[in-house]
Design a binder for this molecule. Structure first.
Ligand SMILES: Cc1cc2nc3c(=O)[nH]c(=O)nc-3n(C[C@H](O)[C@H](O)[C@H](O)COP(=O)(O)OP(=O)(O)OC[C@H]3O[C@@H](n4cnc5c(N)ncnc54)[C@H](O)[C@@H]3O)c2cc1C
Length: 257
C-alpha cells in the first residue's frame, strides 16, 4: 500500500465495510508451491516457488523486500520504477536441495572473533541447471490462462552486467542468477549429526557432541542434509526432540552428559 495517511484510511474503510482490499491479506509471500525438475535425484521436489505480491507504489513492501533479499541497488531501482504504476508479483524459484557446499572456519583462537563464512553458492553446475529449470517453470506460470486473464506481463529488471545478453536465453538467466540471486537464509549443517565413524559428524543421534562430555547442540546446525523446505519448523522439532531426550535421560538417571 502507498505509505500515505489517505491510502491507509481508504484501506481501513474498505476492509471494515467489505472485508476486501489491502488489509484483507498480509501480502508479502501469499502463495508457495513445489516442483520437481528433471535434475531431481529422488522422487521429491527440488525447487520451491515463492510468490511475493507488491501493490503498486507500495514503498513499505519494496523496502522490506530490498532489505531481506539483498538485491543490488540497480535491481531495486528498476523494481521501484516498474511498481510505480503496476501491482507486481515476484515469482521466485528457490533451490530446495542444493548440491553446493559452503564452509565455516575459525578466524583465530579468540572466541569473540567472527568466523569466516564461505557460502559457495552455485559452485555446483547441477545447482545452476536446476535453478534454470526453476526459472523456466516461472516463465511457464506466466503463460497460463490464469495469468493471461489477469493481463499479467513479464517485466525485465535492469541489471547492467546482463544487458549485453539476449533476454530469455540460458546465458541471460545464468547471468541474472549470479548477479541478483540471493539467499533465503536457511543455513544448516555446521554441526552435522552422524555416527562416530563419520569424520564430518559433530553430534551423535542424541545430539551429544562426539568426544566432549556435558554438551548437546540442538538447532538448525545439526541437520546432516538440508530439508527441502524452509528450515524453521524442522528446527523447532529438533528442539522438541532434544527436550524429550534430555527429560528421558534424567528420568532414566542415565549418563547426564
Ligand atoms: C532473514 C531470515 C528469514 C527467514 N525466513 C524463514 C522463513 O520464512 N521460514 C522458515 O522456515 N525459516 C526462515 N528462516 C530460517 C530460520 O529462521 C532458521 O532456520 C531458524 O531460526 C534456525 O534456528 P536456530 O535455533 O538454529 O538459530 P537462531 O534462530 O539463529 O537462534 C540462535 C539464538 O542464539 C542466540 N545466541 C547467539 N549467540 C549467543 C550467545 N553467545 N549466547 C546466548 N545466545 C546466543 C541468538 O540470539 C538466537 O536467539 C529465515 C532466516 C532468516 C535469517
Amino acid at each position: 500500500m502507498q505509505s500515505n495517511p489517505l491510502s491507509f484510511l481508504d484501506a481501513s474503510y474498505e476492509y471494515l465495510t467489505r472485508r476486501t482490499g489491502a488489509f484483507s491479506t498480509h501480502y508479502g509471500m501469499t502463495v508457495s508451491g513445489f516442483i520437481k525438475t528433471k535434475f531431481a535425484l529422488e522422487d521429491r521436489p527440488d525447487i520451491q516457488i515463492l510468490f511475493f505480491a507488491i501493490l503498486a507504489n507500495d514503498t513499505n513492501a519494496l523496502a522490506i523486500f530490498d532489505k531481506s533479499f539483498g538485491l543490488t541497488n540497480e535491481a531495486v531501482l528498476s523494481l521501484q520504477e516498474i511498481s510505480k504504476e503496476h501491482d507486481v508479483v515476484l515469482i521466485v524459484p528457490v533451490l530446495s536441495r542444493p548440491n553446493s557446499r559452503g564452509k565455516i572456519l575459525l578466524r583465530s583462537a579468540d572466541p569473540s572473533d567472527y568466523p569466516k563464512i564461505y557460502a559457495s553458492y552455485l559452485t555446483s553446475t547441477k545447482d545452476v541447471d536446476t535453478m534454470l529449470e526453476g526459472i523456466y517453470a516461472t516463465v511457464g506460470i506466466m503463460e497460463t490462462d490464469v495469468m493471461k486473464r489477469r493481463d499479467a506481463k513479464r517485466r525485465k529488471l535492469f541489471v547492467n552486467a546482463c544487458e549485453g545478453l539476449d533476454f530469455d536465453t540460458k546465458s541471460y538467466w545464468e547471468c541474472m542468477l549470479r548477479n541478483i540471486g540471493g539467499s533465503t537464509f536457511h543455513a544448516v549443517g555446521t554441526c552435522k549429526m552422524g555416527p562416530n565413524s563419520d569424520p564430518e559428524a559433530v553430534v551423535d543421534p542424541k545430539l551429544k557432541v562426539h568426544g566432549v562430555k556435558g554438551i548437546r547442540v540442538a538447532d538448525a546446525s545439526i541437520m546432516p542434509l538440508i530439508v527441502g523446505t524452509p528450515t524453521y519448523a524442522t528446527t523447532i522439532m529438533i528442539g522438541e526432540k532434544a527436550a524429550d531426550m534430555i527429560k528421558m535421560d534424567w528420568h532414566n538417571n542415565d549418563s547426564l552428559h
